[in-house]
Design a protein around this ligand. Structure first.
Ligand code: ZN
Length: 310
């Protein structure tokens, strides 16, 4: 697709967006259509992936084979490579080892040396370096509960917030580059009740079986949580790109599973945005908003520049 103009900041640099994710596949299941939209608008998008996903289970029956399980780290790296191409992003690995999702009662201890066990000061260093090198205007991560209670997701939240502060502080990690102040920080807000209820209703309206009926029955409305939604980015045109990126993570995504139970068109009509919570901002921008870069200055007289030069 062509662009009328690349999106740039006040000094004419391309806008930059950094997503921090726990595992390979999280970049495709959370905010991926937003990513594809911004890439299409000429924004530089970098995904920092905390772990290699080595302890992920195989969630696609067609891929549940011993040879695949024996090579999970390599296979997930290759899957990430395909998703990276589909989304048009840059991506870096922060180099931590997947903690796995502990199961059982009582829960087993976290594996020694896994991401969730690394002390915070040590765990934020690679991300501080990424922030100071890439210099994002906007950064996203998960909320304090991790979006869902996987220890790597909660740790991802913790290192993101701490690294954002440390990256801006010239006293901290001086060996990791020049300080950089991220202008806006968002939490991914993908799985909230209003959206799921809208998709559920749209399926029923069309006479289709909703995959969410059972879940919604035991999910009480929570006005306080819903009020955290500040930002809805329209990106329905990019849902198909998100679906392709998800399918690239073949061990993690079942093409016959609930992800794809809602037809694309139904999803586009019922909830055409991806959603975020703005939690930090260095700029003035009224809420609610529909653009993660809302309030970030564009060059003065940007519209006139081309005319003057011509
Ligand atoms: Zn994950």
């Amino acid at each position: 697709m062509t662009h009328p103009a690349l999106r740039v900041d006040a000094v004419g640099d391309r806008l930059r967006l950094l997503h921090v994710h726990a595992h390979p596949d999280d970049e495709s299941s959370k905010g991926a259509a937003t990513t594809a939209k911004y890439v299409d608008e000429g924004v530089d998008v970098l995904v920092a992936t905390c772990t290699g996903g080595e302890r992920g289970s195989i969630l696609n029956p067609a891929m549940d084979r011993p040879d695949i399980l024996a090579n999970m780290a390599d296979i997930r790296r290759a899957e990430m490579g395909r998703a990276r191409e589909i989304l048009g992003i840059q991506q870096v690995w922060l180099g931590f080892v997947d903690s796995g999702l502990p199961e059982g009662d009582p829960l087993p201890p976290l594996p020694e040396g896994s991401f969730a066990t690394i002390p915070l000061d040590e765990a934020i260093a690679p991300l501080v370096k990424v922030i100071r090198t890439f210099r994002p205007h906007v950064m996203t991560t998960y909320d304090e509960n991790g979006g869902y209670p996987h220890p790597d997701h909660i740790k991802c939240h913790q290192i993101s917030v701490a690294a954002l502060d440390a990256a801006a502080d010239p006293q901290r990690y001086p060996e990791l580059g020049e300080p950089w102040q991220v202008l806006k920080l968002y939490y991914q807000f993908t799985f909230h009740r209003d959206r799921i209820a809208a998709l559920d209703q749209a399926m029923k309206d069309r006479g289709l079986e909703s995959p969410y009926a059972e879940r919604l029955a035991s999910w009480e409305p929570d006005a306080a949580h819903q009020a955290r939604l500040t930002t809805r980015v329209p990106c329905a045109d990019y849902f198909s790109v998100r679906d392709q990126a998800l399918l690239a993570h073949a061990t993690q995504v079942d093409p016959e599973g609930s992800w794809f139970a809602v037809p694309l068109e139904t999803h586009q009509e019922a909830w055409p945005t991806e959603d975020f919570e703005l939690v930090r901002s260095e700029v003035d921008a009224p809420l609610p908003e529909d653009d993660l870069f809302n309030g970030i200055a564009v060059p003065a007289g940007a519209d006139l520049a081309s005319t003057v030069q011509a």
